[in-house]
Design a protein around this ligand. Structure first.
Ligand SMILES: NC(=O)c1ccc[n+]([C@@H]2O[C@H](COP(=O)([O-])OP(=O)(O)OC[C@H]3O[C@@H](n4cnc5c(N)ncnc54)[C@H](O)[C@@H]3O)[C@@H](O)[C@H]2O)c1
Length: 421
């Protein structure tokens, strides 16, 4: 079967995107350096929660999806979509080495008529200033010989009301023809495609969305710390404010930001802004407040144990949920990992239960039975509110609960053994 589209990077973004194209009858080859992932796709086995194997396997059997580690696969396709990681370097600067390394591999295989779209979240200017010159080393010219655009991925893993197919897709090309060509491709599979005038506008749109969330989460996280001092229930306040039908949007406090996006993406913009003698103060402030949350959580656990005449040192602290958000197994930047480190540094004996994360090898931990922990632990801290956990039972049985997610709800508020964020 002819492969219309190559997707470089078969991760949280690439695999769902492949599914959506394939379900629309568009043949996809997934290109990934991870041979294990390539083999899994070949067997029709998914490793991403949002793509059930039952949905993937028939698409693989019908030949609509295949996977390879060989970049030569792009020679056969019309379009190349890049969905590769864009992390921060150890000193918190944009690290485009994965994306640009892949673009170099693609440049040697570019041919007239190719459409290349970058989907990875990045700072404004990446497509034009970084990707385009490398691709043009092929001798081909963007807008003339090949088309180049940026189209941010907006998927929210674990979400079912808005999916890769139904979430509107923003597209900004190097030229009007590039935009149109990319829009045409996405319209074959996605419900709504929205063109913008430039790749920079599309790049910044994605960053605005993530910065908006990061800043609003920081706002409620700061409020949660003030409420703690004032003895006010922040969850009740947020819930009450959310009854206003206009002018308010509800964000939940929590133990800190996690995932590949919110703790990382805003700093792509602060870095780029410095080139323009500009300081993005909201981004920095939100980062500071959100990064402090695991430390605040440690303090809360310390006070809760203290109320039971126990010190953190020598206490058994059981973390319920270590993934960065509910109902996924994604550990990237998870505040729970920071909390494990902070608790251990204070001498706590840490265990955890997470139905989505069987092992934490770098911490020498495996998910333990929750029932045993309820009998045994001096304190159970709810860090991620996975569904399928009986929180009422937990409140009834645990010696002490510190709930950073309001998972115990009103039941927790009424119970003297439950401390809430
Ligand atoms: N995960 C999300 O929720 C989400 C949402 C929106 C946007 N994004 C953005 O999308 C981009 C991709 O993120 P992701 O979460 O899908 O990443 P991921 O880590 O889940 O997947 C990336 C894949 O790329 C592969 N890979 C790494 N280097 C490679 C190379 N040189 N060639 C081929 N394959 C290679 C990895 O093996 C992995 O399978 C990032 O820029 C991210 O910020 C992510």
């Amino acid at each position: 079967m002819k492969r219309d589209v190559a997707i470089v990077g078969a991760g949280y973004v690439g695999l769902p995107l492949a599914q959506v194209f394939a379900e629309a009858g568009v043949g996809v080859v997934l290109l990934d350096l991870d041979a294990g992932r390539v083999a899994a796709v070949g067997r029709g086995g998914s490793y991403i929660e949002d793509v059930p194997s039952e949905a993937l396997a028939p698409l693989v059997e019908q030949g609509l999806i295949s996977a390879t580690t060989d970049y030569d696969a792009v020679r056969e396709t019309d379009a190349i979509l890049i969905a590769l990681p864009t992390p921060l370097s150890p000193n918190r600067e944009p690290d485009l080495s994965i994306v640009l390394g892949a673009v170099r591999m693609l440049a040697g295989r570019l041919r007239p008529g190719h459409l290349v779209v970058l989907e990875s979240t990045t700072y404004p200017g990446t497509t034009r200033e970084d990707v385009l010159p490398i691709l043009e080393e092929s001798g081909l010219q963007a807008g003339k010989d090949f088309h180049l655009a940026f189209s941010p991925e907006r998927v929210d893993p674990g979400r079912s009301d808005w999916t890769t197919k139904t979430t509107p897709k923003i597209v900004g090309g190097i030229t009007a023809a590039c935009t149109e060509r990319a829009c045409e491709l996405y319209r074959r599979a996605l419900d709504t495609v929205i063109p913008v005038s430039t790749p920079e506008a599309a790049e910044l749109t994605k960053l605005l969305e993530n910065i908006f969330r990061s800043v609003n989460i920081a706002l409620v996280n700061e409020l949660a710390q003030l409420c703690d001092r004032m003895g006010v229930d922040v969850w009740e306040v947020v819930e009450a404010a959310a009854t206003k039908p206009f002018g308010f949007m509800s964000f939940q406090p929590g133990p800190g930001l996690g995932g590949h996006c919110l703790p990382v993406d805003p700093f792509y913009l602060s870095w780029k802004a410095r080139e323009f003698d500009f300081y993005t103060e909201f981004i920095e402030l939100a980062g500071k407040v959100n990064e402090n949350m695991p430390y605040f959580c440690l303090e809360k656990i310390t006070r809760a144990l203290n109320s039971h005449e126990r010190s953190v040192k020598g206490s058994k602290v059981h973390l319920l949920g270590v993934a960065y958000k509910a109902d996924v197994g994604d550990l990237r930047e998870s505040p729970a990992l920071k909390l494990v480190e902070l608790l251990r540094a204070e001498g706590a004996n840490v265990s955890y239960h997470d139905p989505h994360v069987p092992e934490l090898p770098e911490y020498g931990l495996s998910s333990t039975d929750l029932n045993g922990a309820l009998e045994d632990a001096d304190c159970v801290a709810i860090v991620t509110a996975h569904s399928g956990i009986d929180y009422d039972r937990l409140v009834a049985r645990a010696r002490l609960v510190v709930d950073f997610r309001n998972a115990t709800g009103k039941n927790g508020t009424a119970n003297g053994r439950v401390w809430k964020l």
